[in-house]
Write a protein that binds this ligand. Structure first.
Ligand SMILES: [Zn+2]
Ligand SMILES: [Zn+2]
Length: 202
């Protein structure tokens, strides 16, 4: 069953991950990764190919994620297909069995150590925790997809954008504005200059 295969792909049982490694290959949908439309809109399923190794409870995950994401170009505001292919690297560590939550008596020295430990953990942003007998790969893969998004998505380096005047998508051809007189803002600047400076007029 397809569903069963996908479930295993995103939640491999810890017992199946050995020091020799476990290979996971398959496809996942944006929905299965928990991707919201605000995060990224996937065009079709994403191909996942991962290798997992378990060394004394530390599970290292490496692999590749490929797919197509629909993005909106910041210049021309049209949607385009962005082919995605990036490597995945993450480490999973077991979640502490009894995390010391709000201990009643805090030894100041110990508390400081805990703060330092927490800061160190924050630095390792590709480190995740697992609980129980399964790994949850979906949140990790989802983060990778979100982080792969460019700050300024552009459909093409040659994108001409929209005409600032009439709003026409210039990739579809020139608009009529080029044939018209210069843009009004230039005249406004000249007028201001003459008023405040008052020295020379061309
Ligand atoms: Zn564009
Ligand atoms: Zn125009």
């Amino acid at each position: 069953m397809q569903v069963g295969a996908t479930m295993d792909l995103l939640t491999p049982p810890l017992a199946s991950i050995t020091a020799d490694g476990l290979s996971l290959v398959g496809e996942v949908t944006a929905e299965e990764l928990g991707l919201a439309e605000d995060d990224a809109i996937a065009h079709g399923p994403l191909a996942v190919s991962l290798d997992l190794t378990n060394v004394e409870g530390l599970v290292a995950v490496t692999g590749v994620l490929e797919g197509t994401i629909l993005r909106e170009c910041v210049r021309c505001l049209t949607q385009y297909e962005d082919p995605l292919a990036f490597s995945v690297r993450a480490a999973f560590i077991p979640e502490p069995k009894s995390p010391p939550r709000h201990p009643k008596r805090v030894d100041p020295r110990k508390a400081r150590e805990e703060v330092v430990a927490a800061e160190e953990e924050e630095d390792l942003d590709d480190q995740y925790q697992y609980q129980g007998n399964f790994l949850e790969l979906a949140p990790m893969l989802r983060e990778h997809v979100i982080l792969a998004a460019p700050m300024q998505p552009i459909c093409s380096d040659e994108c001409l954008g929209l005409c600032a005047r009439c709003g026409k998508n210039l990739n579809e051809g020139p608009c009529q504005c080029a044939a018209e007189p210069p843009i009004p803002i230039f005249r406004v600047v000249q007028g201001t200059k003459r008023k405040t400076g008052g020295s020379s007029a061309s």
